[in-house]
Design a protein around this ligand. Sequence first.
Ligand code: NDP
Length: 282
Amino acid sequence: MEKDYRYELTALYGSTVDENPVGVMMEAGYEALGLKYRYLNMKVLETELEGAIQAIIALGFKGVNLTIPHKVKAIPMLDELSEAARITGAVNVIVNRNGKLRGENTDGVGFIIALEKKGVVVKGKKVYIIGAGGAARAIGTECALRGAKEIIIANRSKGRGEKLVSMLKERTKCDCSFVLWNQKLEIPSDVHILVNATSIGLYPDTSKPDIDYNTIVDNMAVSDVIFNPPMTGFLQEAKAQGAVTVDGLGMLAYQGAKAFEIWTGQKAPEKVLVEALAREFE
Ligand code: NDP
């Protein structure tokens, strides 16, 4: 009998990857479809990124995920970009196509699918995003491309917030404005979708964004990018106000499902991925 001991390789590159559960989810998906793929968490320091990117080709990886701090810095090292990666200016998935490296951004679409699974659509809606980093850029871009009526970006630092607003105005047709977040935030009552896209609340930080939580009303959908813990203080407050809540695990699962499809060319077994990820937080 002919034997094949070789696996296709996929990985996560980031400076802190020890606690990232995406590999468990990906490997559950590979196993469910009987694919000879592996997924490894790899600690890649900023100074080593270039060599690590070249290694994708040298070692014949199918592709990698990028996390903090590589999503933006990797761009000049790639051969081509998808539309979402180009507009966002950040890459969370690299695919190796016969030695050519293509950068994609599936964070935004992961966010959209997680909302849709809870019956929330973005088209025609007023979206309020707190934060202006990589996650906010990806979410803002995808919401704009999906026809959000209006996007408001609130951020602590003015420069980063204004830069994101002007990028969205330049590259999409969306009506977009900036709010400087230098005091307790009040959420306008006509907002449909509120998103925490800051890193506030990420384990072991138990704090929550400085918001007047009484301004969240029960017809809002409230989402958090933080997935550890899934039920953040921010979401607990929103739930107490009667809002529909969408945790960061959904976004993580569906951005991963899209990466799975890009690397394998097969439809991701979404249920398997979502359940494998959820088990890590039981
Ligand atoms: P960045 O470092 O690019 O951006 C961080 C953002 O948080 C900035 O807007 C920053 O504001 C703001 N911020 C951080 N601390 C504070 C604070 N104490 N007070 C006010 N604002 C603060 O990070 P990313 O955007 O790449 O990631 C953000 C989070 O999203 C991370 O925790 C990451 O794990 C998570 N994430 C989750 C995903 C998922 O699938 N669920 C996917 C991608 C990311 P300022 O500009 O003023 O510094």
